[in-house]
Design a protein around this ligand. Sequence first.
Ligand code: KIV
Length: 287
Amino acid sequence: NKKYIKRGVVVREKFTVTSFLKSKIKKEKITVLTAYDYQMAKLVDEAGVDCILVGDSLGMVVLGYENTLEVTVEDMIHHTRAVAKGSNRALIVADMPFLSYHINTEEAVRNAGKIIQKGKAHAVKLEGGIEVIDKIKAIINANIPVLGHIGLTPQSVNVFGGFKVQGKDEKRAKKLIEDAIELEKAGVFGIVLEGIPEKLAKIITEKLTIPTIGIGAGSECDGQVLVINDMLGMFDNFVPKFVKQYANLKDNITNGVKTYIKEVKNKDFPKKEHTFSIDDDVLNKLY
Ligand code: KIV
């Protein structure tokens, strides 16, 4: 978190797509967390995370959908705008949702452009390898930086038959290596590796000059990403094996809400210090 003084004000040096590449060269791990609103983005940014991902995990953790397939470009724009307002230093990457880049390159560029123009993201993330390379190239040609995403790509949940670890057999592992190499050639500034064996992630990471960002891909990646709601322990319905819970917000929130309910019912809240007064002479005229 480098700082400098500009016109007497302390400014934190922004983390950009070039910082991504420099971090790999300097062997400095890149930290990425998701956020979906102003308040969380502000907290995460001020804590010093390098990159905020407005993931389409939004659908599952914020909008209550079963998977990410229902998320729309408008949903992404709405939430990315809020994140952009709350953050100052971090690079903001927004997911391109399902079907927003699959139909043709024109639509892909138009939707990526909307996410940048209206959502105020700095870059977009697309799931997939060689099969979406023409869309990725077209978006990059429009001067929009792209973060790749391969492995357990949640938008393909119906093809995979569930959220399953990918690249465990030779054919699929080789395909992931080829995908990563082709994505780098196409010009992406980094690749998210999700739900793949640690040793495969290591091979991919070593073959690339751009950074890899792992989620469920072990410790050898150039950076890590987690869904904020998972790592802060906001749910306990399902905690994936690769998640470490750094806080237990669910219990904190539940206890806070229960205490509030009890105090309101018992007339313990609000107290005098939470209320406003009025002059007696004004009050007397009200009766
Ligand atoms: O949508 C998301 O949050 C993601 C991360 C899990 C990488 O794509």
